[in-house]
Design a protein around this ligand. Structure first.
Ligand SMILES: Cc1ncc(COP(=O)(O)O)c(C=O)c1O
Length: 450
């Protein structure tokens, strides 16, 4: 197997950083200016996580391409970390948004689009009742509340390495069997051991041990992990998860936010899962802030009285702008015209081509890495064998190497998702785009191996 030399990584990093600085002068000027009024120089702190000493500032984005203020054009494989998974500003959504903006943005009253959306989400995901939220974080937070209300229990269960948004209970890590706040967790409100149990993904025995005391309101999980690379469930894992959550009276919440990459009804529809609650956000309205959660008849029967009560405006569910006419119009256009079977039929072969391109480079160069695909989401990682859980992934992550790969891609006109080597195929992606990535990936690996 080929070896990646540390000194070589450092040497290439210096070279690539120099090249970045030369090509991104206007971004630097804006970043320096931004630092005087914005925390960390950007409107949202994650934006400094990109490769390079400062982020590129965007002039515009269309389909699967971004143009920056220096005139550089990129193939965007990050797509707003899934927010624009089906392409930047698809025409159908731009048209719907334009139309709705002129007819009222937010009235705290429903529009016909919301009924269409509820019906469509039920048809796709199989759960009967839906509610709109602003972000996937919100959808998860509201669902956890419902689970606590229904079960009368306080604890939630998540997997180590999960990410479900800025939900306090989930910003944890499993350290020597204890649940502790993540390194990046700023100002945790309480010791997370009070609220949260955590297990490793794909560990059925640990799952049963966590549920058996009967104090867990809900298990909140992605059907396949997507925030520690892509980690697929073992065969039989979902069967065991459903059986054990039912046995111990725990509600099962499946977070489909990222796994909408699997098809028009996410992983749930593709694999026939039967959760009690489903949450999702990000690409649902092509990037216009909107999210949704669906609940079963069982859950609905147990919360409806509270939802219809006079205190519903102070129930902890929803917000003034939630479910607004603009967001719902954008969601309808996205579901009707963008997240379609026809688009998945186009995207899937391209995702397979992308995966094969990366696999061939790994095989031909002997670099000790692997590639995983989940629908139209592809991820490569610096271990020969895919990790089976968050703990294994974190132990194997090579931050320095990853940063270099991202910078090399960026300098060659490709944006990869900053937190990992993740690429999304959109309805706008072409064979040329895929092959462009394969050749940049090949060049980068060859440079790395010297
Ligand atoms: C699986 C999953 N759920 C929820 C969220 C939260 O989404 P948002 O930041 O839009 O609230 C994320 C964000 O990355 C996510 O990966």
């Amino acid at each position: 197997m080929a070896r990646v030399d540390r000194a070589r990584i450092k040497e290439l990093m210096q070279k690539e950083t120099k090249q970045f600085l030369k090509g991104h002068r206007k971004s630097k000027t804006l970043f320096d200016r931004g630092r005087k009024s914005l925390l960390a120089g950007v409107p949202m702190n994650w934006m400094v996580r990109w490769a390079g000493p400062y982020p590129v500032f965007v002039r515009e984005a269309h389909g699967t391409h971004i143009m920056d203020v220096d005139g550089n054009k990129y193939l965007d494989l990050c797509l707003g970390d899934t927010g624009a998974m089906f392409g930047h500003s698809p025409k159908a959504v731009v048209d719907a948004v334009r139309k709705q903006v002129a007819k009222g943005i937010t009235m705290m009253l429903p529009t016909e689009d919301s009924v269409w959306v509820g019906e469509e989400l039920s048809r796709r995901f199989g759960l009967p009742y839906w509610q709109v939220a602003m972000t996937a974080t919100d959808a998860n937070r509201f669902s956890i509340r419902l689970a606590r209300e229904v079960t009368g229990r306080s604890k939630i269960l998540v997997v180590n390495g999960c990410y479900h948004g800025t939900v306090d209970e989930t910003l944890i890590v499993l350290e020597n069997g204890r649940v502790v706040p993540r390194t990046g967790n700023i100002g945790p409100p309480v010791d997370p051991e009070e609220t949260t149990k955590a297990i490793e993904f794909n560990d059925v025995d640990a799952l049963e041990r966590a549920l058996a005391p009967g104090d867990v309101a809900c298990a909140l999980m992605e059907p396949a992990m997507t925030n520690r690379g892509i980690i697929l469930p073992d065969k039989g894992y979902h069967g065991a998860l459903r059986k054990l959550t039912r046995r111990y009276g725990t509600l099962l919440i499946i977070d489909e936010t990222h796994t909408l990459c699997c098809g028009i009804g996410g992983y749930t529809r593709e694999h026939g899962l039967k959760p009690d609650i489903i949450t999702m956000g990000k690409p649902l309205a092509s990037g216009v802030p909107v999210a949704a959660f669906g609940i079963s008849q069982y859950v609905s029967d147990r919360v409806m009285e509270r939802i219809l009560s006079d205190g519903t405006d102070e129930s902890g569910l929803g917000g003034t702008l939630t479910g607004n006419a603009l967001a719902v119009a954008a969601m309808r256009a996205t579901l009707e015209k963008v997240i379609t079977e026809a688009n998945f039929r186009r995207m899937l072969p391209l995702a397979e081509r992308f995966e094969k391109g990366v696999k061939d480079v790994i095989r031909d160069t002997g670099v000790p890495w692997h590639v995983v695909r989940l629908g139209v989401r592809i991820e490569y990682h610096n271990t020969p064998v895919p990790p089976r859980n968050g703990g294994e992934y974190d132990a194997s992550k090579d931050h320095e190497l990853e940063k270099l790969m991202h910078l090399m891609a960026l300098n060659r006109g490709i944006l990869l998702t900053p937190f990992h080597n993740m690429a999304l195929i959109s309805p706008f992606t072409t064979i040329r785009d895929v092959d462009h990535h394969t050749s940049v990936f090949k060049e980068s690996v060859e440079l790395l191996l010297g």
